[in-house]
Design a protein around this ligand. Sequence first.
Ligand SMILES: Cc1cc2nc3c(=O)[nH]c(=O)nc-3n(C[C@H](O)[C@H](O)[C@H](O)COP(=O)(O)OP(=O)(O)OC[C@H]3O[C@@H](n4cnc5c(N)ncnc54)[C@H](O)[C@@H]3O)c2cc1C
Length: 424
Amino acid sequence: MAEAEPEKARVPYDVAIAGGGFAGRTLALALAKLAPQGFRIALIDAEAPRAGTGGLDDPRALALSASTKSLLAVLGVWPDIAPNAQAILSIEITDSPLDAQLRPHFLGFDDELRSGEPGAYLVEHGALSRALENAVAQERVIEERAIEIFAPETVTDYATSPFAVTVKLGRGDEIAARLLVAADGKRSRLRERAGIKCVAWSYPQVGIVTTVAHRRPHGGRAVQHFLPAGPFAMLPLTGNRSSIVWTEGALRGAEIMALDEASFTAELATRFGAKLGAITLAGPRQSFPLELQIARSFIADRLALIGDAAHVVHPLAGLGLNIGMRDVAALAEIIVEEARLGLDIGAAPGLERYQRWRRFDSAFSAAVMDGLNRLFSNDSAPLRTLRDLGLGLVDRTPPLKRFLVREAAGGTGNVPRLLKGERV
Ligand SMILES: Cc1cc2nc3c(=O)[nH]c(=O)nc-3n(C[C@H](O)[C@H](O)[C@H](O)COP(=O)(O)OP(=O)(O)OC[C@H]3O[C@@H](n4cnc5c(N)ncnc54)[C@H](O)[C@@H]3O)c2cc1C
């Protein structure tokens, strides 16, 4: 990559963040709130600001772990999200063929969740997007630690020198920063420009996402039916509504997406069951391709990858963004500590610390999700017997269940302080 003179660049920033999705926006906010006075952040997003509408067209709801909630609370965003957040109070897991009359309960988390803070919350995409966008907009008016937003604008390339990185924008401008963060999603252009390869494969499955309204209350219960085509998740939203993440084989998924509303609802009802009464569609449907992708390195010269730019996992446990938020919390902690000490935040020692902290953890989560998907997404009778024995065993081992709940909440291992609800 060509060397560039930072002096030629238009504006000097401490950090330039490419991508204003959930990961990029949260990092910008964390740095604006916690870094020393005078710290300057450029947030460059290909999408125009949504003027308060916050991505309402995306039907996804996100299961946010207790740790992600703690991060958003420290950053002052949670009070804005809370009215739209449904706590998950219990979890039920079943494993049966599609035509089973009864879906026997194999594993449940009731007392483990009720004994403390809920392990996760369901928040609709639009509500989370709106809250983060409003919070970032407020930081723009604070002179000393300002976020400057470039949107709609793309980062097309970058070049490094020993002291800075020069970021090239789509309209021809250049900006200089000490560190560039790639938060530009799973097809990250910056990752490609840095020559970072990925371990990646596509699943022969799609995730169909929609929202249903039902007659009876869900009581905060999340249900995961492991069906032969893949997991079918019913995730409680505020009111008598649930978000559906329905994994199907790619071909069957396309057929289901092409059905008219009545036939689509009938297919859905077969899987949803009758416990919560009659269902109606309460939102648009969308089908997402499913894949696994882990960048071989999370860093390059003056570059750090976060969120989907660094890793994409199967959505069966709703972990994707939560893993991205762990990147945000770890990188923010390192940058803030180094900035306070007057160190060069784009230099190798801080970046290597970030990579050690995040890469193994992300790859491990991706591998576990991959293994679970392979173990459950089939109709093999011996495998079903084995896995049901396993689930039954876990169900009867309370300490293991408590560990799994803490793990899902993001509370095990070397946890960044922001995820524990502490300021850095
Ligand atoms: C079906 C499904 C269900 C899911 N459910 C959950 C769940 O329950 N819980 C959970 O934690 N996760 C879940 N996920 C994962 C989650 O949606 C993603 O991990 C998360 O949205 C990724 O956020 P991000 O900010 O890293 O990337 P993105 O949301 O992809 O944002 C990238 C941003 O970068 C911008 N951009 C791209 N290129 C450039 C460029 N060159 N210059 C400037 N800007 C650029 C884009 O416009 C975009 O705004 C789910 C995923 C799927 C598919």
